[in-house]
Each structure stands twice: as C-alpha cells, then as structure tokens.
Ligand binder design. Structure first.
Ligand code: SF4
Ligand code: SF4
Length: 154
C-alpha cells in the first residue's frame, strides 16, 4: 500500500454522528505532516493551531478554552471541517496496541459504527498510526526551519 493517505473523500467513518462536539473537547489529536501543510494553506500558522508534544514527538491540535482551536462553541461545528485532520476524519475509530483498530466508546454514537466500516478503514487507521510514529524526521526538520518533501514518490 502507498505511504500516503490519498483521496480524503473516502477517509470518513459512515455512522450516526450527532455532531455533539464531545470529541472536540480537550482534544489530543495527532497531526500528520500533510494535515499541517493543508491547514497552513488555509492561512493558519502552525503555532496557532498546534502544540508540540515532547513526550510522543508529534504535533497535536491546540486547545483553547478547553476545546480544539477550530471548534465553534456556538454552532458546535468544526471551522475547518472539509480540511480537518485525518485523525478527526477517522474518529471514532481508534488504535489499541493490543486490540488493533477499535471503536472509541467515549463517542456516544460508537455503537452505530458498522463492522463493515471498521473493516473498510482498518488499513487507513493502521497506516495513520504507522505514519504518526514516523513523524520525528519531519518534526525535527520543521523545528530546524527546513522544508522537506512529504510525499514519497512525488
Ligand atoms: S463524539 Fe461521536 S457523535 Fe459526538 S461529534 Fe464526535 S464523532 Fe460525532
Ligand atoms: S479539527 Fe475540527 S473535528 Fe478535529 S477536533 Fe478540531 S474542531 Fe473537532
């Protein structure tokens, strides 16, 4: 499989999300390099929407007032919905080191995720996790002010 999470239209869990906004509260969502670049092209600066997690060596979405910086408190909607990070698109699918791909029961609608969706998106979640664990090179270069190519083979 390619190393790139390509057409984002298919990276979306089909289930009965009620847009309750719970998953945008106190977010710890990891950002892939392409998430960072996509959001930056919207005009946001990295420091304004992300915080660097020294422990895990990845960038995560920034919280403001206890919720993701992109969460609109009034509408409960995501301000960058079409461009939201891949991890947000895959939620409520999660990865457990022992169990593999699981549905996160923190989401009140977790029970409406069909097994077929778990199966369809399993390779993408696994690729996402692998890529997140490989982001140190990108992060180090980025912090040193060096631009690097993100997409292998392009
Ligand atoms: S917690 Fe679940 S139901 Fe609520 S907005 Fe997030 S994905 Fe949708
Ligand atoms: S980017 Fe959007 S979907 Fe993801 S946590 Fe923030 S507000 Fe929620």
């Amino acid at each position: 499989m390619s190393n790139v999470i390509g057409d984002l239209r298919y990276v979306e869990v089909k289930f009965k999300c009620t847009v309750c906004g719970l998953c945008c509260i106190d977010t710890k969502m990891e950002l892939l390099p392409e998430d960072i670049e996509r959001i930056e092209t919207l005009g946001y600066r990295l420091e304004d929407f992300a915080v660097f997690d020294e422990d895990s060596g990845v960038w995560r979405l920034r919280n403001v007032n206890g919720h993701c910086v992109f969460f609109n408190e009034e509408t409960k909607l995501c301000k960058i919905y079409e461009n939201r990070p891949i991890g947000c698109r895959l939620y409520p699918l999660n990865y457990d080191d022992e169990l593999g791909v699981v549905v996160d029961k923190y989401c009140p609608q977790w029970g409406t995720v069909p097994p077929s969706e778990v199966n369809r998106l399993r390779p993408i979640v696994e690729l996402f996790v692998r890529r997140i664990r490989e982001t140190d090179v990108y992060v180090k270069a980025r912090r040193a002010g060096i631009r690097i190519r993100l997409r292998i083979g392009q």
